[in-house]
Structures are given as structure tokens and as C-alpha cells.
Design a binder for this molecule. Structure first.
Ligand SMILES: [Fe+2]
Ligand SMILES: [Fe+2]
Length: 292
């Protein structure tokens, strides 16, 4: 990436910061018709069971799942900040990449605080990550080389960007929440530009095996994100009988919904550097239901 382009991104971040403290109308309370998650993104929408829910159960499902989504973002961003902090230690302070990552760290810390504050405002009670998520999250963060971690991060950022756009386009979303997603998408857009160009250079110089590994890192990062949202406890909270059974059909439903709504950008990105090949295509189809 051109140094001037990174300098431009740094300049925007410094001169036009969006502070969650003032950008989000924290004093607003949800009105009766406000929702928290676009209905079609909830894990049960599209299933027969969804039509049997009362309006308040639908609203509560959206509230709990929204809380789960943003708590997962906050956790993932916190992990990534750990990595970035270690990574900038390897770069001189005056280095342009170092300076951009400092801005990214500042923004990501603000995001985490913002997500936490929104969760408290909505009376949320996020369910902790599973042991598997914690184990793989922390292990990969510590031991994967930087280029692989940036690959993982851009894939998660691209998915969350698409997700955020659904909130921003929905008409009856609680306005404070909508502002929160506006802020997040504006700032993540800069991270995506930077990280995409960084990893594209790596991918352009990579051979078949490395591109295959990159492709798998992205695939598992997306699987990681997808499986953090659908939770059995949420069905218990909204008073459904047979939460186990509901969880099974919901997980399947969400898998196909996720592949239809959230994978387009990331598939295009992986395709650009020929990340789909004989060794990876089948896994993308099987694990993510991706049309590749
Ligand atoms: Fe963020
Ligand atoms: Fe980011």
C-alpha cells in the first residue's frame, strides 16, 4: 500500500474522530415500536416456530441476540488488540504501519467500551464464549504469524461490515443502536482498506500451499464468528419449551442464512488472490455452505 494512502487514513482518524461518548444519543430510550436486530437476522426467523412467538418474545429474541453479537465483537476486538500491541513492538515508532495500527488500537478500544456500554443500556446479559472459542481464540492469537492474523481480522471485519449495514438500513432499529453501527462501519471501513491491502501483498507473493493455508484461516475465522451468535440459553430466556431441539434447527437455519447474507464480500476477496482451489473449495462448501 502506498505510504501516502496510509497517511491519509491516519489523518482522517486523527482529525475526524467519532467519539462514542458524544456521537451516540445515549439518553434515548427504546420506543414501543423499536427493535434491536433486523428480524430476518434472528436465528429463528424463517422457521415455523418464529410465527408462533408472541411480539414480546420476538423483541426479546432480537435483544438477546443483538447483545450476543456485539459482545462477541468486543471480545474479538480485544483479542486482536492484544496481537496488534505485540506487533507494533516489532516496528519503529516512526513507521507508517506502526502509526496506523496505533490509531486502529485507539479506535478498537473505544469500540469495545461502546459495545459494553450499549449492552448495559439494553440490560443485556451476554453468554460467555465456549471453552473451544476461548482456546482457539487465544492460541491462534498468540502463535499464528502476523500475516495469518491480519487475514483472519480482515475476514471478520468484512463479515461484521455486511452485518452492520443490515442494521443501518433497517427502518425501525432503536436509533441509538443505529448510530452505534454507523460509527462502527465508518471506522472499520478504514481498517478494512488498510488490512486488505496489507494482506493482498502477502497473498500476491504466496505460493499454492500458503494461499491454501490463508484460505483455511479465513474459513475458520468465519466459522468462529458464526457459531458465537446462536445460543440455547437465549431460547430458555424467552420461555421456549424444548430449547435443545430449537437450538438444533436454529443453528442449521442460521448457517444457511449466514451463507446467503454475509459471505459475498469475503468470497470475492478470497477469489481475488485465488484462495479457492482443490484443497479448499470443498471445505468452504461443506462448512460454510458457501457457493464457491
Ligand atoms: Fe471495531
Ligand atoms: Fe477494526
Amino acid at each position: 500500500m502506498e505510504t501516502e494512502e496510509i497517511e491519509r487514513l491516519i489523518k482522517i482518524s486523527r482529525e475526524r474522530p467519532l467519539l462514542p461518548e458524544t456521537y451516540i444519543p445515549w439518553r434515548l430510550e427504546p420506543e414501543a415500536e423499536d427493535i434491536f436486530l433486523p428480524e430476518f437476522l434472528t436465528s429463528l426467523h424463517g422457521l415455523d416456530i418464529y410465527d408462533t412467538l408472541t411480539p414480546s418474545q420476538k423483541l426479546e429474541l432480537g435483544r438477546h441476540e443483538l447483545v450476543q453479537v456485539i459482545a462477541s465483537y468486543a471480545w474479538g476486538e480485544c483479542l486482536f488488540c492484544l496481537f496488534m500491541t505485540r506487533h507494533i513492538l516489532t516496528l519503529p515508532l516512526a513507521n507508517v504501519e506502526h502509526r496506523f495500527l496505533l490509531r486502529e488500537l485507539i479506535e478498537e478500544f473505544r469500540h469495545q467500551e461502546m459495545f459494553g456500554q450499549m449492552i448495559r443500556k439494553l440490560g443485556g446479559n451476554p453468554i460467555r464464549q465456549t471453552g473451544i472459542h476461548k482456546f482457539f481464540g487465544e492460541l491462534s492469537n498468540k502463535y499464528l504469524p502476523a500475516d495469518y492474523l491480519f487475514m483472519g481480522s480482515v475476514s471478520v471485519e468484512l463479515v461484521t461490515d455486511v452485518y452492520g449495514n443490515y442494521w443501518r438500513k433497517s427502518t425501525n432499529i432503536f436509533p441509538a443502536l443505529k448510530k452505534m453501527f454507523d460509527l462502527h462501519n465508518f471506522e472499520e471501513a478504514r481498517h478494512i482498506i488498510f488490512t486488505k491491502s496489507l494482506v493482498k501483498t502477502h497473498a500476491a507473493n504466496a505460493g499454492y500451499i500458503k494461499r491454501t493455508l490463508y484460505s483455511y484461516v479465513i474459513l475458520f475465522n468465519i466459522l468462529f464468528v458464526r457459531t458465537m451468535y446462536v445460543k440455547k440459553e437465549i431460547y430458555e430466556r424467552i420461555g421456549l419449551k424444548n430449547p435443545d431441539k430449537v437450538y438444533k434447527i436454529a443453528a442449521k437455519n442460521f448457517k444457511s442464512k449466514f451463507s446467503k447474507t454475509c459471505l459475498k464480500d469475503i468470497i470475492e476477496f478470497v477469489d481475488e488472490w485465488k484462495g479457492f482451489n482443490l484443497l479448499t473449495r470443498w471445505a468452504w462448501r461443506w462448512i460454510l455452505n458457501a457457493k464457491v
